[in-house]
Design a protein around this ligand. Structure first.
Ligand code: PYL
Length: 280
């Protein structure tokens, strides 16, 4: 997992309204709407639950330590969605204890290995990697005006790619799994088949893409920790890309050329999906 830098996230708080408008334009739904779509939840029902749901964001000093703006940005995204969210004054153990003592409904915290939300009443754990793959797949379904029956190339078979592939299959897409480590792609196919309980349709909907010619694909979900995995020569009017990978797998020119058919962010959609998981 790529560790974010303050420079990656310092603009998010001030750009939330503008980003929400961009999501509406690209997918027909805003940040909350896309997260609800990922969970098959009704947006107005979720809004009714959100206002009374308090979330404490706890900075974590372990490992490489605190990323300036990280906790504040997470809390700002949650407040934008309507949650009663704030950052605890103290990190680590003190912050976790405060979450329970102040009767928060949930906490969110991240070390160098995992970023999680924890519902303090029902013990549910929302994992950022799983959330990010799920919500970007849901956003691609909306951007494509329905991904059912279409083939999607999933680049990167790590936790984000796995969650995205599972979600795409649940939306009726056919997925081509691609990873620089081909055995990793094969293992993911086996896990997806096992989790589908041998559903025959699913077996025919999962492929391994071993080549590097991505030109036949019109829908790509880029979930690698590498920059510019998708070359500019592939970018055309036919292509839709949802890119949760950090750093982004498309060049600056490619992002501009794709315009309404390109989605990437570093925290917003993943945090929104996590928050809906915690409400459920
Ligand atoms: C959650 C992000 C998404 C991509 N990479 C992940 C990352 O940067 N993880 C490290 C987060 C460290 C946060 C630090 C703090 O400020 O509390 N412990």
């Amino acid at each position: 997992m790529t560790r974010l830098k303050t420079s990656d996230i310092c603009q998010i708080k001030s750009d939330l309204e503008q980003y929400n408008q961009a999501l509406l334009s690209k997918t027909g739904r805003g940040l909350l709407g896309i997260a609800c779509h990922a969970h098959g939840k009704d947006e107005s029902q979720m809004q009714a639950l959100i206002a009374d749901f308090t979330i404490l964001v706890v900075p974590v000093t372990a490992g490489e330590g605190i990323i300036s703006d990280f906790s504040e940005t997470v809390a700002a995204i949650l407040r934008f969605l309507g949650f009663n969210a704030r950052v605890s004054e103290q990190p680590d153990t003190c912050g976790v204890a405060l979450a329970f003592e102040s009767k928060a409904a949930a906490l969110m915290m991240a070390d160098d290995h995992r970023f999680v939300g924890i519902n303090l009443n029902n013990r549910l754990v929302a994992d950022n990697s799983q959330a990010t793959g799920r919500v970007f797949a849901a956003a691609l379904d909306l951007m494509a005006r329905g991904i059912k029956g279409k083939q999607v190339l999933v680049l990167g078979c790590g936790p984000v790619g796995e969650s995205a592939a599972m979600t795409l299959l649940s939306f009726g897409a056919r997925v081509a799994l691609c990873d620089i480590d081909i055995p990793r792609a094969r293992l993911l196919k086996q896990r997806l088949l096992a989790s589908s309980q041998g559903n025959k349709a699913v077996k025919e909907d999962i492929f391994i893409e071993e080549g590097l010619d991505f030109s036949p694909y019109s829908f790509i979900l880029e979930a690698t920790p590498c920059a510019e995995t998708i070359s500019d020569k592939l970018i055309g009017d036919h292509l839709f890309i949802a890119a949760p990978g950090v750093p982004v797998g498309v060049s600056t020119w490619g992002c501009r050329r794709l315009k309404e058919r390109f989605l990437h962010d570093k925290l917003e959609l993943g945090v929104a999906d996590m928050s809906i998981s915690l409400l459920s």
